[in-house]
Each structure stands twice: as structure tokens, then as C-alpha cells.
Design a protein around this ligand. Structure first.
Ligand SMILES: NC(=O)c1ccc[n+]([C@@H]2O[C@H](COP(=O)([O-])OP(=O)(O)OC[C@H]3O[C@@H](n4cnc5c(N)ncnc54)[C@H](O)[C@@H]3O)[C@@H](O)[C@H]2O)c1
Length: 363
């Protein structure tokens, strides 16, 4: 199966790593990257020895991929995804699927029309601890879910230094919140019905980035079930991890917390031979690069697993070993992406109206 990547920035590099590693197994060809920034193309070409293109049509017409992965900025997914689906290409799109409900609906319609796979990279479903949480919920380990709490808070480095071009088009709810909105909806097994939220614009605004520092939301499901989700991306540079994150779920007969920050490795270490030791908590479950005995880099972690999962799904469709309907419920679909975007759109509407309750069926 011929696979390409669209958008090769910070996270697109993760796609390139996962796909070029997978290509070594021989069941896919990584046929190229398209990025509108020539500098990004050059860097990725130099490191990974891949073909690169500045124009999507050049990539699609020249390489004719059967599957693509999309890692353009949040608000620029829709156009390329609809174009690829329209050409009969299976698509993995980064979270959030789109920042509008209409955009997501158009993507779902395009996937239905072409009978192609549309998968969203809600990779937190692949985290081993979240798989354990899901299995515990599904085997009645907690009884009926009553309520829960999740938190995901990035350092200010992320909007300020990683995303200077588009942080103001995003927010902590869009950039990190959607991970947990999806996870919670997946655990509860039901669409959310309403949301309310409040947010603060302060620190980022003071450095010229017009977006929220933090958004705290309450997501309501049927039968009184609700989750509170804290999101932020203004934590000080001195924070010992790039992100604080975790989730607690309380049921009628039990509870379970997954603290995704301290995963058994935490200490005060030097980052280089001449630097001073600093507190550090690496998230090795997310991504780890090691050199294998053959001298090749080996990439592992749930960020890689979720891209591998897409490749397996698409490859089976291309080879005819399964149908799209066989995959139903077993991957983060376009419908899941749409429902998560509804939650996030409702959250922003509520923030703008000082915490008003927003009914999601009205969006
Ligand atoms: N799953 C995760 O944990 C995770 C983590 C980080 C980012 N992301 C998501 O990945 C996406 C990309 O984020 P990023 O941090 O890599 O951003 P980035 O700004 O580093 O990279 C985006 C790249 O897309 C390119 N681009 C823009 N428009 C394009 C177009 N029309 N065609 C081709 N290339 C185009 C830009 O030149 C840039 O190189 C976002 O949706 C983000 O939310 C996901």
C-alpha cells in the first residue's frame, strides 16, 4: 500500500517516523511528504531520505497514494481531507478532526460517498493504561460510571515556541482537551448531551497570542453522569514535564485513576554534559526512540501504535481482508471526531457566554 503524509511539522515528523519504520517491514511504501513550507521539506528530506513536495496535487498525481496521514494545523485539516477522500484515498487525520461541526460533517459525508476509511488520531486510546481503564470499565470493574475528572496542561513553550504561526487559531481545549473529550466519551460509551465551561485569557494575550491560557469544562452525559476537564497551555517554563495529565473515573462500585505524568521515571538529571541538573519526568509511554542492534532507530509508544493501527485498518481494506463495516466501533472514526468537535465547539460557546449550559444537539 502506498502511503503519504500531508504536513511534516512537529507532529508530522511522528507520522514520518512511524510510516518509514513500518515501510521497512515491506507491506507499505512511504511515497512522500507534502508540506507548504520548503524548509520543513528540506529538513525531513535530509533526516529521513524521503521524497517531498510543496504542493498537494503534485504529491497526489505523482505518487498516487492509497492512504494518507494528515498533520496540518488544526484549522487546516478539512480541505485536504475532503480532497483525498474524494480521490478514494483512506485518511488518518490528526486531532481535532476539524474546528467546526460543519467541517466534520463534510468530512464524514466525503468518507461515506467514497466508502473510504476516515480515522482520527485520538492516540490516547492506544495508551496501555487507558486500554486497561477501558477494559476495566467494559468488564464492570467500576460498576456504572457516575463521574470523573481529567486534566491536561501544557507548558507555555507549546503555544509560544512550537506553534507561533497558529496558536491563536487554537486553544487548550482544541489542542489538548479533545484528547480527553474523546477518551471520556469512549469510556462512557455515549454521546455527551451538554457542556458548560469557563476560561481565562491572560498570560498568552500579554505576549501577543490571542487565545485562552486555560479552559475548565463540565461535560454532561445522560443519567446525571458528568466529567470535569481542566485544560491549559500556559504552565511556566520551569514545569518538570512538558505536560501534566491524568484521568480519574468513579463508578457505582469502584474507581480508577491513571496518572499519565509520573510513569515510574522521575528525577533531577542533567540534559547535557555541561548543563545543570533539573527535575524531569519523561513520558516514555508516548514515544521512545532507541537504536536497535542493527544500528537503526526504533520508535515505540502509543503515538506510534495509533498510526500503526491506521495502517493495519487501511491495508486490510486495500488487500480485501476486511470490509469497512468489520472495523465499526474498533477505531476512532469520523463520527467520533464529529462528536468530539461538538463537545469542543460547545465548550468554546459556553466560555464566550460565561459558563452557560450549551445543549449539543442544537449545534
Ligand atoms: N496526537 C497528538 O498528540 C498531537 C500532538 C501534537 C500535534 N498534534 C496535531 O497535529 C497537527 C499538526 O500539529 P504540529 O504541532 O505538527 O503543527 P506544526 O505547525 O509544527 O506543523 C504543521 C505543518 O503543516 C504544514 N502545512 C500547513 N498547511 C499545509 C497544507 N495545506 N498542506 C501541507 N502542509 C501544510 C506547515 O508548513 C507545518 O509544517 C495539529 O492538528 C495538532 O493538533 C497532535
Amino acid at each position: 500500500m502506498k502511503v503519504a503524509t500531508i504536513g511534516g511539522g512537529t507532529f508530522g515528523e511522528m507520522h514520518i517516523r512511524a510510516l518509514t519504520q513500518r515501510a521497512l517491514r515491506g507491506d507499505i511504501d512511504f511515497v512522500g511528504l507534502v508540506d507548504t513550507n520548503p524548509e520543513v521539506c528540506k529538513t525531513r528530506r535530509d533526516i529521513y531520505g524521503i521524497e517531498t513536495y510543496n504542493d498537494i496535487n503534485a504529491l497526489l498525481n505523482t505518487t498516487k497514494p492509497q492512504a494518507v496521514t494528515v498533520a496540518t494545523p488544526d484549522h487546516l485539516h478539512q480541505e485536504v481531507v475532503v480532497e483525498c477522500l474524494g480521490k478514494g484515498i483512506h485518511v488518518l487525520v490528526e486531532k481535532p478532526m476539524d474546528t467546526t461541526v460543519k467541517g466534520c460533517q463534510e468530512m464524514v459525508a466525503a468518507a461515506n460517498a467514497s466508502e473510504c476509511l476516515l480515522q482520527v488520531d485520538f492516540m490516547k486510546r492506544n495508551d496501555l493504561y487507558h486500554l486497561h481503564l477501558k477494559q476495566t470499565v467494559d468488564t464492570d470493574g467500576l460498576g456504572r460510571i457516575a463521574y470523573g475528572y481529567a486534566w491536561m496542561e501544557d507548558k507555555i513553550e507549546v503555544p509560544r515556541d512550537w506553534l507561533p504561526a497558529w496558536a491563536s487559531h487554537s486553544s487548550p481545549a482544541w489542542f489538548v482537551g479533545v484528547h480527553y473529550f474523546d477518551l471520556i466519551r469512549w469510556l462512557v460509551g455515549h454521546n455527551a448531551i451538554a457542556v458548560s465551561a469557563t476560561g481565562v485569557k491572560d498570560k498568552l494575550l500579554s505576549i501577543g497570542i490571542d487565545t485562552y491560557d486555560s479552559i475548565q469544562s463540565k461535560i454532561v452525559f445522560p443519567n446525571g453522569v458528568s466529567f470535569v476537564v481542566d485544560t491549559a497551555w500556559h504552565l511556566p517554563d520551569g514545569n518538570e514535564a512538558i505536560v501534566n495529565q491524568g484521568i480519574k473515573v468513579v463508578g457505582s462500585d469502584g474507581w480508577l485513576t491513571v496518572d499519565s505524568q509520573d510513569r515510574g521515571t522521575r528525577g533531577c538529571v542533567r540534559q547535557g554534559p555541561s548543563s545543570e541538573a533539573r527535575m524531569n519526568t519523561p513520558n516514555l509511554g508516548f514515544f521512545k526512540e532507541v537504536e536497535n542492534p542493527a544500528g537503526l532507530n526504533h520508535y515505540s509508544g502509543y503515538a506510534v501504535d495509533s498510526i500503526e493501527g491506521f495502517v493495519d485498518n487501511a491495508l486490510g481494506l486495500v488487500q480485501g481482508s476486511h470490509q469497512l463495516s468489520d472495523l465499526d466501533g474498533n477505531y476512532p472514526s469520523g463520527i467520533d471526531g464529529l462528536e468530539v468537535t461538538k463537545i469542543a465547539v460547545g465548550v468554546h460557546e459556553s466560555v464566550e457566554s460565561e459558563g452557560a449550559l450549551i445543549m449539543l444537539d442544537e449545534l
